[in-house]
Design a protein around this ligand. Structure first.
Ligand SMILES: N[C@@H](CCC(=O)N[C@@H](CS)C(=O)NCC(=O)O)C(=O)O
Length: 298
């Protein structure tokens, strides 16, 4: 079960720029900005700086769901942050998120702008601001927040663990792939069992817990990330499959997935979103060549 490339750690770790596998160019052991650049600001109160990775899509789904419900104050500008080109290390972005990761939100509706980073915090902030998709109190709120934080704690094992070693590492190593496949299968079973007795993740209602979990585990269940559907036998999780399809059919989910998307079918990519009508006027001249993006560099 040992790998052929065993490693004896030195006394002191040093930064080896070649060691990070795919996307090694954005991995650094230091925080802070690498260059001076302000972020653009559009005309809506909500300014989102993001990319359509699973963590980014959670927020664009929420904003599109709020608009679908008729909350006009949820209109937003979504600016593209190309993380594999280092946009997350600009001085402007670091001011909004000192952790240099998408998604990041500026709420400019009040007298002072409010910054919000971490996708879970953004979902809670928007849910509270608009009084939607998060039960107000009691057991229902506790259940929703429990599943939301379950997602925040679990997805790094899927993305940074399984996804990294199965899809991005410089070579396939049995030990980490085995370890993280085991954990991801366990997580899929957690969701499948929950969805055997509940229509949505937090109970009878669709909430921010669904919006947080679907872009990771729903998309994994469709076999759409890491090309791991067969390896993980995702079709076995029948209740998860039912929920995945139900959510995937929601118009706001379909729109949310397109915003800040730079990969896949060009017709599914809306690089920046400034108006609701942008979805209708998506034209080829707005589209640039597809490129690869890190799926959850968490
Ligand atoms: N826990 C964070 C994770 C955010 C995250 O990992 N974002 C990735 C893309 S999915 C990123 O911006 N990576 C850029 C980098 O690591 O430099 C959240 O949920 O917001």
């Amino acid at each position: 079960m040992t790998d052929s490339t065993e490693y004896s750690p030195p006394k002191v770790w040093t930064w080896d720029k070649e060691s990070g596998g795919r996307f090694a160019n954005i991995n650094r052991p230091i925080a802070g900005p690498t260059h001076d650049k302000e972020l653009p600001v559009g005309r809506h109160p909500l300014q989102l700086y993001s990319l359509a990775t699973p963590n980014g899509v959670k927020v664009t789904i929420m904003l599109e769901e709020l608009l679908e419900l008729g909350h006009e104050a949820a209109e937003y500008d979504a600016w593209l942050i190309r993380i594999n080109e280092g946009d997350q290390f600009s001085s402007g972005f670091v001011e909004v998120n000192p952790n240099s990761k998408i998604p990041a939100l500026m709420d400019r509706s009040g007298s002072e702008p409010v910054r919000v980073f971490e996708s879970g915090a953004i979902l809670v902030y928007l849910a509270e601001k608009f009084g939607a998709f998060l039960p107000a109190a009691g057991a229902a709120r506790a259940e929703c927040l429990s599943w939301l934080f379950w997602q925040m704690g679990s997805a790094p094992f899927l993305g940074g663990g399984f996804g990294h070693f199965y899809a991005y590492a410089p070579a396939k190593f049995e030990y980490p792939i085995n370890r993280y496949a085991m954990e991801v299968k366990r997580q899929l079973d957690v969701l499948d069992r929950r969805l055997a007795t509940a229509e949505y993740i937090a109970g009878p209602d669709y909430t921010i817990a669904d919006m947080a979990i679907w872009p990771w585990y729903g998309v994994l269940a469709k076999g759409d990330i890491y090309e791991a559907g067969e390896f993980l036998q995702v079709q076995e999780y029948k209740n998860l499959q039912r929920w995945t399809q139900t959510l995937g059919a929601r118009p706001a989910v379909k729109r949310g997935r397109m915003v800040n998307r730079v990969m896949g079918d060009p017709a599914s990519q809306l690089h920046e979103r400034h108006e609701a009508s942008d979805f209708e006027t998506m034209t080829q001249d707005k589209l640039q060549p597809a490129q690869e993006e890190p799926v959850g560099a968490a």
